[in-house]
Write a protein that binds this ligand. Structure first.
Ligand SMILES: [Zn+2]
Length: 124
């Protein structure tokens, strides 16, 4: 099996609902995200998927989140904009964007700060 990883980031504001602590107040983060793709078959070029194309697909997802107030941006107007929920959202969106490729998303990691991150992967 092969695994690729592409890292990117977006800036956004949020505040957590049903939470007592610093993050219940409006604040922003520079979220770093890492998208991992796995596949067993290489194309005729010898790739699972072109890195440039992966970046383009991720950009379609982060474009909506970048410089946004997540609490008023779907689906985070309904679900809490935690790193866990953001990781799951990007995982599902990315998988539907690349469904014609010979690979799939294996996990997505979202760093809220340099030292704190959440990872979502498919349950097996
Ligand atoms: Zn926060």
């Amino acid at each position: 099996m092969f695994e690729l990883m592409v890292e990117t980031h977006f800036n956004a504001a949020h505040k957590l609902r049903n939470y007592k602590g610093k993050c219940e107040k409006l604040h922003g983060h520079n979220w770093k995200i890492a998208v991992f793709l796995k596949g067993t078959k290489l194309n005729k070029t010898g790739m699972i998927m072109d890195f440039g194309q992966i970046k383009e697909e991720i950009k379609k997802i982060t474009k909506k989140l970048d410089h946004a107030y997540l609490n008023t941006t779907s689906p985070f107007n309904k679900i809490n904009p935690t790193s866990e929920n953001i990781a799951q959202y990007i995982f599902k969106k990315m998988n539907s964007l690349i469904k014609k490729q010979q690979c799939e998303v294996s996990k997505v990691t979202v760093w809220e700060t340099e030292k704190n991150c959440a990872t979502y992967s498919r349950e097996d």
